[in-house]
Write a protein that binds this ligand. Structure first.
Ligand code: GDP
Length: 370
């Protein structure tokens, strides 16, 4: 499954955020016996209001949300690309992730040491980015060298070698692969994916603020740290969001009713953790379709653009192999009509074939040969 790596300097609140995610995982673990539990990975349910709406209609015995995986990438420090700290091991862990949540300290607290002596979001982000770019330069240089050698025997490889050199020059000027202005060729895209180039991955910047700043947000007041980070994120064309990791950790230890109470005492109605999970899921390019029945209402995760047989394959590989057709009801139609039968009788249940691109929120029933 695609996963999201949590990175950031030491003492910015990564573990606090990861603990909150792990609590969210454990609260639901009984529903997901098929998820393996690993110490540095949290498989968390994606909060989805549509799922609750479908559940209140179908009253199933069991409800399963989509999930998304977060990986705690600890040990990223200045010099990591040269092997400082945990060095290469943690870099290998990020290469396997499809997206990155970059936690940035935006809280002042004299009791929490900052590795560079002061809170400065822009400097902090640049420290991490530099390490990631340096790591990419190292792996791309090796690959480019091999490709140049191959190009001597196989002329067709020289275009790829040149493209790699251009990207290397871009990285060497201190810029991430994601801001490279020319679209990659197919061969280059494949190389970038195989190398797991970190600076090519989408990033969500996550401003970790203190309780006071969180309260002030309800009045649209942002502290200077947050403003600086948001500006940086928009320059990078990246998403940004604000959380208070400490409160999120507390929240996840409470029953649901008390969670809402605590949130509203801060003047907010959605937990920052939900926001992180949502944006993470979207950034991975994932969407959900639903299966609805008396036994189970369930959200299934697919990639945006997946066709019906691929979507069926998420439930079972046999469904993909033996795919005949799909019966599809748009989410809004299902809610408006209130049942599959009602949708069928007014002609809102569509029969779709193997070229159908499944849409976010579709309520689907697959027919297949065994
Ligand atoms: P990591 O090294 O990035 O994993 O950082 P930690 O999650 O261990 O946090 C470092 C310290 O900062 C801990 O003492 C946390 O309690 C504290 N901390 C984390 N988030 C917040 C926050 O939102 N506000 C305040 N005041 N302290 C926080």
């Amino acid at each position: 499954a695609l996963s999201i790596g949590i990175v950031g300097l030491p003492n910015v609140g990564k573990s606090t955020l990861f603990n909150a995610l792990t609590r969210a995982q454990n609260a639901q673990a009984a529903n997901y016996p098929f998820c393996t539990i690993e110490p540095n990975k949290a498989t968390v349910p994606v909060p989805d209001k549509r799922l609750s709406a479908l559940v209140s209609i179908a009253q199933p015995q069991k409800t399963l949300a989509a999930t998304v995986d977060f990986v705690d990438i600890a040990g990223l420090v200045r010099g990591a690309s040269k092997g400082e700290g945990l060095g290469n091991q943690f870099l290998a862990n990020i290469r396997e992730c499809a997206a990155i949540v970059h936690v940035v300290r935006c809280f002042d607290d004299e009791n929490v040491t900052h590795v560079d002596g002061s809170v400065n979001p822009v400097r902090d982000v640049e420290t991490i980015e530099t390490e990631l770019i340096l790591a990419d330069i190292q792996s791309l240089e090796k690959k480019a060298e091999r490709t140049r050698k191959q190009a001597k025997a196989d002329k067709a490889m020289s275009a790829l070698a040149n493209e790699m050199d251009t990207l290397l020059a871009h990285l060497n000027s201190g810029k991430p692969a994601s801001s490279f202005d020319k679209p990659f060729s197919d061969a280059m895209t494949q190389a970038v994916n195989e190398l797991g180039l970190i600076s090519a991955k989408p990033v969500i910047f996550c401003a970790n603020v203190d309780e006071e700043t969180l309260m002030a947000l309800a009045d649209n007041k942002e502290n200077d740290h947050v403003k600086a980070l948001k500006k940086l994120a928009s320059e990078r064309n990246a998403e940004s969001l604000i959380i208070c990791a400490k409160i999120e950790e507390e929240l996840q230890g409470l029953p649901e009713s008390e969670q809402l109470e605590l949130l509203s005492s801060y003047g907010i109605n959605e937990s920052g953790l939900d926001l992180v999970i949502h944006k993470g899921y979207n950034t991975l390019g994932l969407i959900s379709y639903f299966t609805v029945g008396p036994k189970e209402v369930r959200a299934w995760t697919i990639n945006k653009g997946d066709k019906a047989p691929q979507a069926a394959g998420v439930i079972h590989t046999d469904f993909e192999r033996g795919f005949i057709r799909a019966e599809v009801i748009g989410y809004n139609d299902f809610i408006t009509q209130g049942s599959e039968a009602a949708c069928r009788s007014v002609g809102l249940l569509r029969t779709e074939g193997k070229e159908y691109i499944v849409q976010d929120g579709d309520v689907v029933h697959f027919l297949f040969n065994v």
